[in-house]
Design a protein around this ligand. Structure first.
Ligand SMILES: [Zn+2]
Ligand SMILES: [Zn+2]
Length: 354
């Protein structure tokens, strides 16, 4: 039987402090009894990786980053069942402690020791990474590029659970980033009778149309979007049942609430810079607007895998750029300069030996 050899050393992107990473050689992790060693094949890069680079997140360093990892099973811990070497798997990067105040109530998302591979534990910008078997999910059909959208889709599924749109909802989604594109499709097939996607004009909106992500598209002008905002107001005088803010802009969040219908919900879904939001409490009270936050995901990978594997959520084309591990700096820069919709680090196929 052919099986890939596992070397003792691997290449990895390791941060020593914010802004300072190097491509290092380090030992391949040995999977513990409950873990599986994954040979990484793809690991998506997202805004979180920029925040880590810039030191906005309090993460422990030295750290191998990368939290959107998929690959093949390379080695299986002694107590693990249900996996075979070579299986295609994607990793839910989050680990919780099961001992804190929240974990003991089954609310693991609020774990006081919430830790993620790629944020607090070593992650997938490496040739290998070890994960708890319970955090790995099989898939077959998706390409390695598409696999880097499992995590974003899991977060979108969680957002949907949080906002619970009533059947027949009119929805306004602001922001057409990778996760917004997934969320738009989920909203369309889960209770959204009419989904309007509004975002800055450009390639993301063209892609949104080709994916059929929404029912209606509003291309906001980059120089002056005022006319489009006004037009939207005129077309939907009673507002939307659900408004989702997925741009991460505080200004747009403040504006978003104006588009909620009376009794509507506003889902706060972006990652925002530090700062405060000005929202009229009288508007919240008189119009019974519900503000809903959504952070990360918990136990949402099975549904995300099913949506992508079934093709119901279409992600082909969202990854516009792929890079080798050695090109990590270039990949970060492309993301920062918004030259890609989404980029992914792709690793070569492991070498087979007898
Ligand atoms: Zn991410
Ligand atoms: Zn906990």
């Amino acid at each position: 039987m052919c099986s890939p050899t596992i070397p003792s050393q691997m290449k990895a992107i390791r941060y020593n402090k914010p802004g300072q990473f190097e491509l290092v050689n380090m030992p391949v992790p040995e999977p513990r009894d409950h873990e599986v060693l994954v040979k990484v094949r793809s690991c998506g890069i997202c805004g979180t990786d920029l925040h880590i680079h810039d030191g906005d997140f309090n993460v422990g360093m030295p750290l191998v980053t990368g939290h959107e990892t998929s690959g093949t099973v390379a080695k299986i811990g002694a107590n693990v069942q249900g996996f075979a070497v070579g299986d295609k798997v994607t990793a839910d990067a989050i680990e919780t402690c099961s001992q804190c105040h929240y974990c003991r109530q089954g609310k693991q998302l609020y774990c006081e020791n919430f830790a993620g591979h790629g944020t607090q534990l070593n992650g997938g910008f490496a040739e290998y990474c070890a994960y708890s078997a319970s955090k790995l999910f099989h898939f077959q059909k998706c390409s390695w590029e598409e696999a880097s959208l499992f995590e974003a889709t899991a977060c979108a599924v969680h957002g949907l659970d949080r906002v619970k749109p009533p059947a027949g909802s009119k929805v306004l989604l602001l922001g057409a980033g990778p996760t917004g594109l997934c969320l738009a499709q989920l909203l369309k097939m889960n209770s959204g009778s009419h989904v309007v996607l509004a975002s800055n004009e450009g390639p993301k909106m063209q892609l949104a149309r080709s994916l059929g992500a929404a029912d209606e598209y509003v291309d906001l002008s980059r120089s002056d979007p005022t006319p489009q905002w006004e037009e939207l107001k005129k077309s939907y005088t009673h507002g939307f049942d659900i408004v989702v803010e997925a741009t991460g802009s505080i200004q747009i969040l403040e504006r978003a609430i104006e588009y909620c219908t009376r009794g509507g919900k506003l889902l706060v879904y972006g990652v925002y810079p530090p700062g405060d939001v000005k929202i009229s409490p009288m508007r919240l009270m008189m119009d019974e607007i519900t503000l809903v936050g959504s952070f990360s995901e918990m136990f949402d990978f099975p549904r995300a895998v099913h949506y992508l594997e079934s093709g119901k959520v279409k992600v082909r084309g969202i990854v516009t750029h792929t890079y080798a591990l050695e090109e990590f700096e270039e990949a970060l820069t492309a993301l920062r300069e918004k030259r890609c919709i989404k980029s992914t680090i792709l690793m070569p196929e492991p070498r087979l030996v007898d």
